[in-house]
Design a binder for this molecule. Sequence first.
Ligand code: ARG
Length: 467
Amino acid sequence: MADRHDTPRPLWGGRMEGGLDPAMVPLNDSLAVDHRLWAYDVRGSRAWAGALTEAGVLTPDEGRRLDEGLERLARRFTEDGGPPVGGGDEDIHSLVERLLRDEVGELAGKLHTGRSRNDQVATDLRLWGMDACDRARAHVRDLVTALTEWADGSLDLFLPGFTHLQQGQPVRAAHWVLSHAWPLVRDADRFAVVRREASVLPLGSGAIAGCPFPVDRDALARTLGFERVSENSIDAVADRDWAAAFAFAGALLGVHLSRLGEDLVLFASREFGYVRLSDGFSTGSSLMPQKRNPDVAELTRGRSARLSGALVHVLTLLKGLPTGYNRDLQEDKPALFAVHDTLGVVLPALTGAVRGARFVPERLEAALDPALYATDLADLLVGAGVPFREAHEVVAGLVRRAEETGRTLAELPDEVLAEAHPALGEVGRAVFSPDRSTEARSSTGGTARARVEEQLERLRAWIGDTP
Ligand code: ARG
């Protein structure tokens, strides 16, 4: 291969004597990363050729030939393997322009009139970002759907609700499942907001000061599917706020996926045993024949590190940049692409794992410690007119008494309960029921069956409304 720095001539070649120092080339080049923007670069270029033609900068014939050349070029990218690359093109913009020369000859040199790679790359990346938000949202919706279905099948199973990872009060298994669905709903909605933020056209800002030709930026925005045009050309070439918002949406989603992963790891362990993951999402051990590892959940937890890392990457990149475009901004793409690719791998896997996950009813039943009903006993006393603080103390005394005598709360004799308070003697064993306990918690958002069914309804409506 020829020295990369000799051929082809870079877009700014006229300014410098000789090529780039070989040591500079790998730092300078971004084609390996930004190659995936080719379709957006071609789309943006076709729209730009159209705008220059409308503005009278290009003749209608030149505009048509450029457009057709770009269209043929797009087809070359979709063909097997795509066009040959690696001849020293620094980035996707250089590559597209060089290849366009093969299609339309010297006319290719007119496409860049009034445009800079600064407004070009900002445009390409926003177009990509809008699609990336749509894809992230669809992946999240699929996971919410899987969780909703799992919850629908586990309305009448109960597990201990945990605080401080100590058993607190019984909850419906479906209620726990849906506690992981709602954060994801917020994530998907957040990606819709980020998409709107990305939907601003920078093209027409030039390198920094704007465009000297009378291009109709509103028409350009409509052609490219942007909702608005940027208001200030200096801001437009430097603004990556939407990218930071995208990275944040990914990072917070990563936190939620990681928490779900952690719960699944715990619940699939022998100690809990509440959940069994299907074979397709578990692995064995090369050494220990009995092992059945919840790798899907561990890898989800682990991969989310890339998502929080990407957020730190973008924020660190932007902090302290002086006014206008700075080459540092080339480094935004690896982080954004990492968010997109990580979500594209983690979400389908986790969705599949949730679809195959089953509760183990015997283990759930065995896990419910009678102490879970201590609050229900106190609530009973409240019903009999006892102030809650006092009721709390009476029941705490019973819990202590049970512990001291090596029994569970449910094994305390009726007389002991009645002695603590007459109201407790009357209800007897009935209080030690997950069904009774959960049905009592019927406030909106509570774990009573009807309330959980309402959640399911709302989630189904949300799924139906989410593209
Ligand atoms: N590859 C560059 C980027 O991603 C394109 C813009 C280059 N602009 C420039 N003035 N060198 O930001």
